[in-house]
Design a protein around this ligand. Structure first.
Ligand SMILES: Cc1cc2nc3c(=O)[nH]c(=O)nc-3n(C[C@H](O)[C@H](O)[C@H](O)COP(=O)(O)OP(=O)(O)OC[C@H]3O[C@@H](n4cnc5c(N)ncnc54)[C@H](O)[C@@H]3O)c2cc1C
Length: 409
C-alpha cells in the first residue's frame, strides 16, 4: 500500500505511455543540485533549473508523480485557502497583496507551461466560482470581493438570482475569479520530467535519500542506491517532511477524500465548467475533466494516514456522490474512481520555500495547502533565484527565517 494514498486513483489509471527511469546504482554522480522527490514540485523545479543550465539529478523513492501528485484533483487557482483579507491581517496589506499577485502569476505560468507541452495533460483554462456556504458568510465574501477588485484582480460578484440563472443550485452569493485552470497533475509531472530529462536532468526512480553529509558546495548525499555529490540539495518531498529533517517546519497532516464519476454525456448545465468551491472550512470543491467526468472532493479528517479499509472509503465516497447530485440533480452521476490521501497544511497557511538558515545548501520546497501546485511553481522561481544569489520578493514571506514555528521554544 502507498503511504500517502488509498483507493482507485483517476489519473494513473489512464493508460498513457510513461517513461521508466533507472535506479541509482553505484557512486559519484556529481551535479550542481540534487532534487529529492519526483512529484509536481520536484519536476517543476527540475524543469526550471535545467532550463537555466544547471546540472541536476533527481531521486524519487517510487515512480515520478506517484505521491500525492497522483491523488491531487488538479485545480489551479490563485485564491488561497486563506482569504486575501485574512492574509492582510497576518502579513500586512502590502505583503499579502504581493503574495496573491505572485500566486496569480504562478497560475498564469503553469497554464502556459501546460499548454505548450507536446502531450495532452488535460489542461483547460477555467474560472472559479467561490460561493458562500451560508448567509452568514456573505459579508466576509463581499469584503474579499471588494479587496480583490481594489487591488486589480479580475473578479465578479454574483447574487443569488444570478447563480440560479447559471446553475441548477441555489447559493446566497459567490465571487468569480478568472484566469484559473485545471489539469491532470500526474501526467503534468510525468511530462515535465520527460522534457527536463531531454535537457540533461538525470532521474533515478526507486531511489531514496537516506542522509547527507558535508557543507554547502560539497554535499555528499547517500541514497539507497549509491551516493550523489551536489553543491545544493532541494527537498521536494511533499507530505513526507521527515525526509527534510528541518525542525523549523510546523506541519498539520490530515486526510482528504475525492471521487471521479463515469463520463456523462453532457455537462451543458455546468456553466462554463467553472471550478467550484466554498467558504466553509473544510470545504467541498468540484470540477469536470476533459473526458466529461465530475470530480468532487473534501470531507477532510484530522488523521495523518489514509484509511486502510475499502468500506470506510466507500462510505465517504457515497456522501461525496450525494453532494455532487445535490449540486447537479439532473446529471446521471455514477461513481467510478474513489480515493483518500494525506494532505498537509502549515499553521500560517503559507508554504515553506527556501534555504534552511541552519543548514546552508539545503533548500525546502514544501507547498502545503490547497494551492499546492501554485506553490510548487513559486518554489521553482524562488529556489532558482536563491541558488543564483538573486533576491526574490517572496523569500521573506515563505522562507524559513523569522517564521513562527508553532513549536515549543
Ligand atoms: C486529494 C488531494 C487533492 C488535491 N488537490 C489539489 C488541487 O486541486 N490543486 C492543488 O494545487 N493541489 C492539490 N493537492 C495538493 C497536491 O498534492 C500538491 O499540490 C502537489 O501535487 C504536491 O506535490 P509534491 O511534489 O510536493 O508532493 P508529492 O507528489 O507527494 O511528491 C513528493 C515525492 O517525494 C518522494 N519522496 C519522499 N521522501 C523521499 C526520499 N527520502 N527519497 C526519495 N524520494 C522521496 C515521494 O515518493 C513523492 O513521490 C491535493 C492533494 C490531495 C491529497
Amino acid at each position: 500500500m502507498h503511504p500517502l494514498h488509498f483507493g482507485s486513483l483517476l489519473w494513473p489509471s489512464n493508460n498513457k505511455k510513461i517513461v521508466q527511469y533507472p535506479t541509482l546504482s553505484g557512486d559519484a554522480e556529481r551535479c550542481d543540485v540534487l532534487i529529492v522527490g519526483g512529484g509536481l514540485t520536484g519536476t517543476l523545479i527540475a524543469h526550471k533549473l535545467t532550463e537555466a543550465g544547471l546540472s541536476v539529478a533527481l531521486v524519487e523513492e517510487n515512480g515520478i508523480g506517484s505521491g500525492s501528485s497522483s491523488a491531487s484533483t488538479g485545480l489551479l487557482q490563485y485564491s488561497n485557502d486563506i482569504m486575501l483579507s485574512d492574509l492582510a491581517s497576518q502579513l500586512g496589506e502590502d505583503r499579502a497583496i504581493l503574495f496573491y499577485q505572485e500566486c496569480k502569476h504562478a497560475v498564469e505560468r503553469l497554464c502556459q507551461l501546460a499548454a505548450r507541452l507536446p502531450q495532452d495533460v488535460g489542461f483547460k483554462r477555467r474560472s472559479s466560482l467561490y460561493y458562500a456556504s451560508s448567509a452568514q458568510d456573505v459579508p466576509k465574501l463581499r469584503s474579499e470581493y471588494e479587496m480583490l477588485c481594489k487591488n486589480g484582480f479580475s473578479v465578479d460578484w454574483l447574487d443569488e438570482a444570478k447563480i440560479k440563472a447559471d446553475f441548477p443550485f441555489a447559493k446566497p452569493a459567490a465571487l468569480v475569479t478568472s484566469g484559473d485552470g485545471e489539469l491532470d497533475p500526474y501526467h503534468f509531472a510525468v511530462r515535465l520530467a520527460e522534457q527536463a530529462a531531454d535537457r540533461g536532468l538525470r532521474i533515478f526512480e526507486r531511489t531514496s535519500l537516506v542522509s547527507v553529509e558535508g557543507t554547502k558546495g560539497d554535499l555528499l548525499c547517500h541514497t539507497t542506491g549509491g551516493t550523489v555529490r551536489a553543491q545544493a540539495i532541494v527537498y521536494a518531498v511533499g507530505y513526507r517532511p521527515e525526509t527534510a529533517c528541518c525542525s523549523a517546519i510546523d506541519v498539520k497532516l490530515a486526510r482528504t477524500y475525492a471521487i471521479a464519476t463515469r463520463p456523462v454525456p453532457s455537462l451543458a448545465e455546468w456553466h462554463q465548467r467553472w471550478l467550484l468551491w466554498e467558504t466553509a472550512r473544510p470545504y467541498l470543491y468540484a470540477r469536470t475533466t476533459t473526458e466529461g467526468r465530475v470530480i468532487i472532493g473534501g470531507f477532510d479528517e484530522d488523521m495523518r494516514t489514509p484509511v486502510e479499509l475499502q468500506h470506510q472509503l466507500r462510505a465517504i465516497s457515497l456522501r461525496l456522490l450525494d453532494e455532487a447530485k445535490a449540486l447537479f440533480p439532473r446529471l446521471p452521476l455514477e461513481l467510478e474512481y474513489e480515493w483518500n490521501a494525506t494532505f498537509g497544511e502549515s499553521n500560517d497557511n503559507l508554504p515553506w520555500i527556501g534555504e534552511d538558515p541552519e543548514r546552508p545548501g539545503h533548500y525546502l520546497a514544501l507547498g502545503y495547502g490547497g494551492n499546492g501546485a501554485v506553490y510548487s511553481m513559486l518554489a521553482s522561481d524562488i529556489i532558482l533565484d536563491e541558488l543564483q544569489d538573486r533576491p526574490n520578493p517572496l523569500s521573506s514571506i515563505v522562507g524559513l527565517r523569522n517564521r513562527k514555528t508553532g513549536l515549543p521554544t
